[in-house]
Design a protein around this ligand. Structure first.
Ligand code: FAD
Length: 196
């Protein structure tokens, strides 16, 4: 039997689970958090097409619900044992065990915590925020200067600090910062983001 476990219920894991299921596999999708979606849940609009991240995820959730995919949320793997035909996977908690032929790891990324680099001022300077915090503001429709609770003057640029050694050329960090990579209207009066 073609049974698979996909670990990580972000958009990659959701798509992998759907693809395996369409190929005739019996698929379990395991997500450690309470719901599917991963980091995309924190984003507003997506480049390159500008579609809403929430809409994209909702469409994926609907396809998962209609497909032949078992979803387990709020759980993680406790133990993996190799077997002649695949793997025995024990989940932490209530002793659930799965026997699968293959495992797809789609565990994504955890965002970098900028407070460890003191010179950035994150956590010390109120107006230094992370890209995810900016996304939250754009989702709410209010991009406001945190220290004043109002939009900054339109002629003052937003500065983006990028960890270039972590950013692939043309990847998300660059595109989320450079002019044209953003929906300028969501930046409410800040049409000139400047990457550093
Ligand atoms: C600021 C910012 C802006 C971005 N903008 C865009 C954009 O405009 N367009 C675009 O295409 N991309 C964008 N990206 C990139 C996008 O966020 C990622 O490509 C996407 O989220 C990757 O999805 P993923 O499923 O691979 O990983 P994730 O979204 O990280 O999902 C991984 C999932 O695995 C789960 N997980 C982890 N470990 C375990 C475990 N041990 N057991 C079970 N579950 C586990 C996590 O809880 C999570 O749900 C942006 C990224 C950032 C940071």
């Amino acid at each position: 039997m073609n049974t698979f476990l996909v670990v990580g219920g972000g958009i990659t894991g959701m798509q992998a689970a759907l693809d395996l299921s369409r190929l005739g596999g019996r698929v379990t999708l395991l997500e450690r958090e309470g719901e599917l979606g991963g980091n995309l849940r924190r984003l507003h609009k997506l480049f390159p097409k500008g579609e809403s991240a929430a809409d994209l995820l909702n469409a994926a959730r609907i396809m998962i619900a209609k497909g032949n995919v078992e979803v387990i949320t709020g759980r993680q793997i406790a133990r993996v044992t190799a077997q002649p035909t695949g793997y025995r996977i024990e989940l932490a908690g209530n002793g659930t065990a799965l026997e699968v032929r293959g495992v797809v790891l789609a565990t994504g990324f955890d965002p970098f915590g900028p407070a460890v680099i003191e010179e950035y001022g994150y956590g010390r300077l109120t107006d230094v925020i992370t890209a995810f915090e900016l996304e939250e503001m754009m989702k709410s429709g209010k991009v406001l200067r945190p220290s004043r609770g109002i939009a900054g003057p339109a002629d003052q640029p937003l500065l983006f600090i990028l960890l270039l050694h972590l950013c692939h050329q043309g990847g998300p960090c660059i595109k989320s910062a450079v002019p044209g990579g953003r929906d300028k209207h969501s930046l409410h009066g800040h049409p000139h983001p400047v990457p550093l």
